[in-house]
Design a protein around this ligand. Structure first.
Ligand SMILES: Cc1ncc(COP(=O)(O)O)c(C=O)c1O
Length: 391
């Protein structure tokens, strides 16, 4: 089978990033070319930009059920995560509220590296294990809480295996004990409902480029009254929490991307789950031997599939798929030129070889039934061929 349109890219890596929606691109362009004022300026051109800023803040706040004043724009999910974890812990230490952070074994590096930085500064960090199904168990959290615990950080949807963590339960455990709770919602925001007016969440990190918005823009929700130490110093924008002239084109585009998600949120993941299930079924038919599904298929983002094909290298499969015009990613994180097995898959209990035989397919708005059948056929062809070479 050939990719019918040889120029067509079949993009199945929507958890890495998404193509910008043309409606978003139009707003970004308009903000750059027309509404280019500084929102802090007090004359008409500044006020025009301020209206754009306020509108986007309202859009982001609306999708989170938050007060617009609790939304702080950042340069993306990474900065929001850093601000939440480091800023909260620094402020807690200053006011004598404790220096112990609880997080998990399978967080994004924006969190795990922040935790490592804090440990180097003398803070105490406990990392909760993940069970083989891909969930942190609430009982493990209860056991880990200490008198000096200031913050619990547990992600909402895991970026590699798509499992949806019970964040309301985690948040309730924290709230009962007067401990702050941050969730990294970069992979869930705009896809599944998140409502800080009904869920016990204190801080929430979100990002624009995972939802068809521009790159380099995100936000942190901070519940009113929570103290965080700023990481950037300057003119005092964003209520001094994240100072610096706002990235107005990015913010306006993010607002538009959120508006579109708001329209689709009740149906999109259901439709993607149907395509994902068809993909899994078709791959199972086309691959001759073992396939392992990483992470539970219950309580999982509709768009995510993460599979191991024991006996082959995930990277070799991805290179072959790339030649076919298919973009997917491996369960491995590439660092300094060497391919390391994914820490997420290792945390689930996979051995190194099996972790390295994995690929992640994450579906999105452009994927069709025809794409799914083509991708499944190519995966079957390459896995069977690579396995023949391997044995
Ligand atoms: C779970 C999670 N957190 C944080 C980030 C970082 O977000 P950004 O790329 O906007 O810095 C990502 C991006 O892959 C992610 O998947």
């Amino acid at each position: 089978m050939k990719n019918k349109d040889s120029k067509k890219l079949i993009y199945m890596d929507h958890s890495a990033t998404t193509p910008v929606d043309p409606r978003v691109a139009e707003i970004v362009s308009r903000t750059m070319l027309e509404q280019w004022g500084n929102p802090s300026s007090r004359y008409a051109k500044g006020n025009e930009a301020k209206l754009v800023l306020d509108g986007a803040r309202q859009q982001v706040a609306g999708l989170l059920g938050a007060d617009p004043g609790a939304i702080f724009f950042t340069s993306g999910g990474t900065e929001a995560d850093n601000m939440a974890v480091i800023g909260t812990m620094m402020a807690a230490k200053k006011s004598g509220k404790g220096n112990h952070l609880i997080t998990s074994d399978f967080e994004h590096s924006a969190i795990s590296k922040s935790a490592q930085f804090l440990e180097e500064q003398g803070f105490r960090v406990t990392k909760l294990p993940v069970n083989p199904e891909g969930f942190v168990e609430p009982d493990r959290l209860i056991e880990a809480i200490r008198d000096d615990t200031a913050l619990v950080n547990l992600m909402h949807v895991n970026n590699e295996i798509g499992t949806i963590q019970p964040i309301s339960e985690f948040g309730a455990i924290c709230r009962e004990r007067g401990i702050l709770f941050h969730t990294d919602a970069v992979q869930s925001f705009g896809k599944i409902p998140l409502d800080v007016s009904t869920m016990p969440l204190d801080l929430v990190s979100v990002s624009s480029h995972k939802i068809y918005g521009p790159k380099g823009i995100g936000a942190l929700y901070i519940r009113e009254g929570i103290e965080i130490e700023p990481r950037v110093y300057g003119g005092g924008q964003e209520d001094k929490v994240r100072t610096g002239t706002e990235n107005m084109p990015g913010i306006a585009g993010f607002g538009e991307a959120v508006r579109i998600c708001n329209e689709l949120i009740s149906t999109e993941q259901i439709e993607l789950a149907e395509l994902r299930n068809l993909l899994l079924e078709s791959i199972t038919e086309s691959v001759k031997d073992d396939i392992l599904i990483n992470g539970s298929m219950e309580s999982r983002l509709g768009a995510n599939l993460n599979l191991s094909f024991p006996g082959i290298e995930g990277e070799s499969l991805l290179l072959s798929l790339d030649i076919d015009g298919i973009a997917a990613s491996s369960g491995s994180a590439c660092s300094s030129g060497s391919t390391e097995p994914s820490p997420v898959l290792l945390a689930l209990g996979l051995d190194k070889e099996t972790a390295q035989s994995s690929i992640r397919l994450t579906l999105g708005r452009s994927n069709t039934r025809e794409d799914i059948l083509f991708v499944a056929e190519r995966i079957g062809y390459h896995v069977n061929r690579l396995r023949e070479f391997a044995f």
